[in-house]
Design a protein around this ligand. Structure first.
Ligand SMILES: Nc1ncnc2c1ncn2[C@@H]1O[C@H](COP(=O)(O)OP(=O)(O)OP(=O)(O)O)[C@@H](O)[C@H]1O
Length: 701
């Protein structure tokens, strides 16, 4: 093997062949750590460490692979796999090698039988197994049922390996091949050989990759399959990037031109094609993905039923139930008497949680069963603390698992009253799952701040519901508004006014992008360090993005070398990390912050608010450093002191809701780092309206 040149830091890419000595670790995602004998024309490495996404390899497998040699601070040199294609037979064709391979890979064959078969057929064993399996009955101990099991397992894994190898032959990387195989199943190869653009449907692949592969195969620019796929992709991107449930026709056509670089006539033709094949739907000039149109119609219908049907259980507002509440808050208790669906909205400190708690108290006093939930684990925990009851995520309440939501209209959640907090974070899909699972006659109280950031997912259900359902909007600010300039500034933002800086609890520090991340890290130190201050910024990338800020914050507050590899760097004991995906096994949810207790090769022990979990392998890639977070990820959380980074470099993200959400994450003190002009721009910019037709559908007869 080419010995690594210590002075050359550019990663060395090699093409090697090899055989597997040992599989150390394999995650469901295909992330694998293995030991293998590697060789190429320059030499051999008898026991190399391979890491990365690989097909299901086993001891004895042979393969060819593109690898990059990298030096890991903990384990020395190892090879990161860029692509690995399995050969169909083992490397070692001696009777021992054949026996070991049979035993490892073929069901129904134990050590003794494998030895007999290997001694009987030698290197020809696999041909016999593949083409004349009956001959195996000559070997004592091989019965019909054993033979059946052997043939079954050999042919199924054989087809998986052939499919993966075939997909890789189309130019897919191993991870893309595995995603495609998972998405399409057996017909994957035929399907993609007919239309490589079908890859657009595969989660995590998308149109641009499919287009690159198809162009490499010489598919012409105006191929109808290409144009149709681009039309679908334009709508997918509109939902992902802008939260749109549909696009007006002319915007859909523009999207297609953007992704395919074809002219207007062809783009219109592409859209008509996609409509003709029902890959898209035209609802009176509004272009939808089919599932999005179905969801919006279903959600509107579900809401109409909730608005039109009476609650099952009796409800009476006993005299002391509304004690201490103002008229608006008390009105919520009144509305729930006859209404099944009530909305409570208001800015920070207006008394939403106080009201929520009273509703729960009254419901329980009336003998009703109350369920409390919120979109994120963090918000659920806060709801539980504020109401003194157990609260869960919406996913947990609906019994979310690998097969999706257990509870739905067929098997509703058996609560008489469901209270949902931070409901501004719910997109149409989650709102539909939630409202579909409400038991007949049960009530729902939706609580949220409609001026917060819109949901990450498509749709704006809370906006529609505040106009279609009985809604109480709390205006009176209780949390010491006068003394607390943050709340006053937040309410000012709602009217387009930038905050007035200068108070000790609401101050601004000029920071320019160049060298700004380090400047922010030093500011955090002045403010008491990461345990006292949470840094928020709109973007992940860029000189003032999360990644750059975390790099400098880790460098100051937890300096050192190496650590365990996570999504955006390396974590060491003491580091603040944040979970970026819901992990139901470990009960750790997107947005939860934790502290690294210990770090070892390929594993971390993290304390998430008292929930100490061991994470390893691919789970580590659901973690990023958490000294700085995006404003989006901070929703539903709040801290004593927030250092909010906002500068014109964030221009595309600057909006009133973004600034408002950042500001309202701070309970006591908010320090703005960046430029005051950015806040003026943000205050004036109402976010771009989302294309959703939900309100009109709820209102239409
Ligand atoms: N009717 C009321 N009269 C007097 N004080 C009230 C009233 N309602 C709420 N408060 C007080 O105002 C403060 C804020 O109330 P609460 O936490 O319910 O607001 P909130 O809207 O839930 O805030 P956030 O949006 O941060 O959750 C609390 O200290 C609460 O006790």
């Amino acid at each position: 093997m080419a010995a690594p040149h210590s002075d050359v830091h550019a990663p060395v890419q090699l093409r090697v062949t090899g055989s597997v000595n040992k599989v150390r670790f394999r995650a469901e995602s295909g992330f694998t750590v293995a030991l293998a004998r590697l060789k190429n024309e320059e030499g051999e490495d008898p026991d190399a460490t391979l890491v990365g996404l690989m097909p299901p390899i086993e001891v004895g497998d042979t393969f060819s692979a593109d690898v990059v040699m990298e030096e890991h601070r903990e384990y020395g040199y190892q090879y990161r796999v860029l692509n690995l294609i399995l050969e169909a037979v083992p490397a070692d064709l001696t009777p021992e090698g054949v026996a070991a391979y049979l035993e490892a890979r073929v069901d129904g064959v134990g050590k003794v039988l494998a030895g007999r078969i290997a001694r009987h057929f030698g290197a020809g064993t696999f041909d016999v197994l593949g083409s004349e399996p009956q001959l195996l009955l000559q070997v004592p101990g091989v019965t019909q049922s054993t033979l059946h099991k052997m043939v079954q397992s050999w042919s199924s894994q054989g087809s998986e390996r052939r499919l993966l190898a075939g997909l890789q032959g189309l130019g897919l990387s191993i991870s893309q091949a595995q995603k495609a195989l998972k998405h399409f199943g057996e017909p994957a190869l035929d399907h993609l050989q007919q239309d490589l653009y079908a890859l657009t449907e595969v989660e995590g692949i998308g149109f641009l990759t499919a287009d690159r592969l198809a162009q490499a195969q010489g598919v012409p620019q105006d191929d109808p399959r290409r144009l149709t796929a681009a039309a679908v992709y334009a709508l997918q991107q509109a939902a992902l990037q802008g939260g749109h449930s549909y696009l007006p026709r002319e915007r859909a056509v523009k999207g297609i031109m953007h992704y395919t670089r074809v002219g207007l006539p062809q783009a219109q033709l592409a859209l008509d094609n996609a409509l003709e094949f029902s890959r898209l739907k035209d609802d009176d000039g509004r272009i939808y993905l089919p599932h999005a149109l179905r969801a919006e119609r279903k959600l509107a219908q579900t809401i109409r039923v909730l608005l039109a049907t009476p609650p099952a259980e009796a409800w009476e507002v006993r005299d002391n139930a509304a004690r201490g509440l103002d008229d608006a808050q008390a009105q919520v208790l009144e509305l729930l008497r006859d209404q099944r669906l009530v909305v409570l909205t208001g800015g920070p400190g207006t008394g939403k949680s106080t009201t929520t708690r009273r509703v729960a108290d009254l419901a329980e006093a009336l003998g009703l069963d109350v369920g409390l939930c919120a979109p994120t684990g963090k918000a659920a925990r806060r709801l539980g603390e504020l109401t003194g009851r157990t609260a869960s995520t919406i996913h947990r309440l609906l019994g979310y698992g690998p097969g999706g939501f257990r509870n739905n209209h067929l098997e509703p959640v058996m609560h008489d009253l469901i209270i949902v907090d931070e409901v501004s974070m719910c997109g149409d899909a989650l709102m539909l799952s939630l409202l579909s699972a409400v038991a007949p006659g049960a009530r729902v109280l939706l609580v949220g701040d409609v001026d917060q950031l819109p949901p990450v997912d498509a749709g704006l259900p809370l906006m529609a519901l505040t106009q279609a359902a009985p809604t109480i909007r709390l205006q009176k600010v209780y949390r010491q508004a006068a003394q607390n300039p943050i709340i006053a500034a937040a309410h000012g933002l709602q009217h387009g006014e930038a905050p007035q800086w200068g108070d000790a609890r609401l101050s601004q520090v000029a920071v320019e992008p160049d060298g700004g991340a380090r400047r922010v890290a030093l500011l955090v130190r002045e403010l008491g360090g990461p345990s006292q201050v949470q840094v928020l910024t709109p973007m992940r990338k860029g000189p003032l993005g999360v990644e750059m800020l975390n790099h400098h914050l880790q460098g100051i507050f937890n300096p050192g070398e190496g650590g365990t590899r996570i999504a955006d760097g390396e974590a060491r004991p003491g580091d603040v990390v944040v979970q970026t995906k819901n992990d139901y096994q470990n009960e750790v949810f997107n947005g939860t912050l934790g502290t690294v207790l210990s770090a070892g090769p390929g594993r971390l022990q993290v304390d998430f608010d008292g929930n100490v979990v061991e994470l390893s392998g691919a789970e580590l890639f659901n973690l990023t450093l958490g000294y700085a977070l995006t404003v989006h990820r901070a929703q539903g959380s709040e801290w004593g002191t927030v250092l909010g980074v906002l500068h014109e470099v964030h221009a595309p993200m600057l909006s009133r809701n973004l600034a408002y959400t950042a500001l309202t994450r701070a309970r006591e003190r908010f320090v703005a780092a960046g430029s005051t002009r950015a806040w003026e721009v943000a205050a004036r910019r109402q976010r771009e309206e989302r294309c959703t037709h939900l309100l009109e559908r709820i209102r239409s007869a």
